[in-house]
Ligand binder design. Structure first.
Ligand code: AMP
Ligand code: MN
Ligand code: MN
Ligand code: MN
Length: 278
């Protein structure tokens, strides 16, 4: 178990625990430094900070920003952000409007497949908070259209599937600028998940560094050691710091847990070393 977990979610986006429940579980798992990084929203940070403080844990306020880069969706985590920054909050609220628009479009596509009222149900499932594809997947499972979350993405919601809608997210440089306006560190989340060619990965890291990006997430849940090593080499070559986060969404995926992460090789510069948190 790692003492650091800098990528997690709660009910404020597509996780299933409340911020206080997340913090309690992280504490029980031996995490000492925790970041909450909900998708495009910072509403859980106040509760999480208070809960972490009560347990003597170091809390790092964060966010995971949706980005469109070269017609593909990427995620950029912002760590140690000031959630009161107006530029960051304006950007995030624009993304949440895009999410609502996209949700209506997903609902319309599902309607064409004779799946009625998906938008209304899914919005209700999200309880007035951020609406994500995860909520659509839960709706499809609950109504018996599919038998698992994975199947919901495979049959309907994933890239290239019948109810996929790309979404209009932030540009890479915008997301980094919002994070830097909020005096945070920008981190490319789970880089291996985008399946970029090595040339495209280098282009991404070049652009990211040029616009002020700070780190790449080299350790994420259930990642083979070879991938962690590969990403660590890229971080070194591009002069970027490294981060580690489980991308925990809740106990429904028992193979992912808070603090359950690959070990980082020596010689890398972890983001927490610049946050006075090591
Ligand atoms: P969104 O940001 O609304 O497009 O939703 C993306 C979220 O869906 C990710 O953050 C994951 O939590 C979840 N997700 C993406 N692909 C899958 C999958 N194949 N199975 C389960 N969850 C997924
Ligand atoms: Mn998610
Ligand atoms: Mn992500
Ligand atoms: Mn995430």
């Amino acid at each position: 178990m790692s003492a650091y977990d800098l990528h997690t979610h709660t009910i404020h986006s597509d996780g299933t625990l409340t911020p206080a429940e997340l913090v309690a579980r992280a504490h029980a798992n031996g995490v000492k430094v925790l970041a909450l990084t909900d998708h495009d929203v910072t509403d859980g940070l106040t509760e999480a900070r208070a809960a972490a403080g009560a347990l003597g844990m170091r809390f790092i306020p964060g966010v995971e920003i949706s980005v469109t880069w070269e017609r593909q969706t990427l995620h950029v985590v912002g760590l140690n952000i000031d959630p009161n920054d107006a530029i960051l909050q304006q950007g995030l609220s624009r993304l949440r409007e895009s999410r609502m628009q996209r949700a209506q479009e997903i609902g319309a596509k599902l309607q064409k497949k004779n799946i009625a009222d998906a938008f209304v149900y899914t919005r209700a499932l999200a309880g007035g908070r951020v609406v994500s594809r995860t909520h659509f997947a839960r709706f499809l499972v609950m109504q018996g259209y599919v038998t698992s979350m994975a199947q919901a993405f495979k049959d309907y919601l994933g890239r290239g599937r019948v109810a996929h809608v790309s979404g209009q997210w932030a540009r890479l440089d915008e997301a980094v600028a919002w994070i830097r306006s909020a005096v945070g560190i920008a981190v490319i989340a789970h880089p291996a998940r985008y399946r970029l060619t090595s040339g495209k990965m280098r282009r991404l890291l070049d652009e990211f560094r040029a616009c002020g990006g700070g780190a790449i997430e080299v350790a994420t849940a259930s990642q083979p050691a070879s991938e962690t090593e590969h990403l660590s080499r890229l971080a070194t070559n591009f002069g970027l710091m490294v981060s580690a986060g489980s991308d925990y969404h809740g106990p429904e995926k028992p193979w992912v847990d808070l603090g359950k992460l690959p070990v980082l090789a020596p010689g890398l510069i972890p983001v927490w070393s610049t946050l006075g948190a090591n």
